[in-house]
Design a protein around this ligand. Structure first.
Ligand SMILES: [Zn+2]
Length: 164
């Protein structure tokens, strides 16, 4: 899960600060750490030399939620699959590999989550994808742009074409 590489939150049982269950001091060190998909299990040791109590914590990764806000104000949960569906449609029969599309989607996602906001305008998502496609393939770019930014008139469409 790529989400976890940035902006994840760690929950410690009930949101209490991490303290030694025996002496209640908060200085501990990690002696062992094990990850699975969503939970990190850590063996910790209290740093108080008189205590040195060892205990285990389970820290849960929380995937941040992101909503895409459409022009009419509707919010939709961000979905990488939807982004990829749009890209595949634009790149149909073009010399762009699935891997390239996935990396476009992954770059976008990293950028969106790095903003640290819970909402992003759909127009921003569209613009970012257009920028990425423009570098990859002019035909895919035009296809995508014509869907996402319905060209106001034939003239602005020509201007876009001329810039390629
Ligand atoms: Zn202790």
């Amino acid at each position: 899960m790529t989400y976890n590489t940035f902006a994840h939150k760690i929950c410690r049982g009930g949101g209490l600060p991490l303290t030694c269950p025996t002496c209640r001091k908060s200085e501990t060190r990690v002696v062992d750490s094990r990850d699975d998909e969503t939970v990190v299990r850590r063996r910790r040791e209290c740093l108080d030399p008189r205590c040195k109590h060892r205990f285990t914590t389970y820290e849960r990764m929380e995937v941040p939620r992101l909503f895409v806000v459409k022009k009419d104000g509707r919010r939709e949960q961000y979905s990488r699959d939807k982004i990829l569906t749009g890209l595949r449609k634009a790149c149909e029969k073009r010399p762009i590999s699935e891997g390239q599309m996935e990396s476009v989607a992954a770059d976008l996602e990293r950028e969106l989550f790095a903003r640290g906001e819970s909402e992003v305008p759909a127009a921003t998502v569209g613009e970012r994808l257009m920028e990425a496609l423009r570098k990859l393939d002019p035909v895919a770019y035009i296809r995508f742009a014509s869907v996402y930014r319905s060209f106001r008139d034939i003239e602005s469409f020509r201007e876009e074409l001329a810039q390629l």
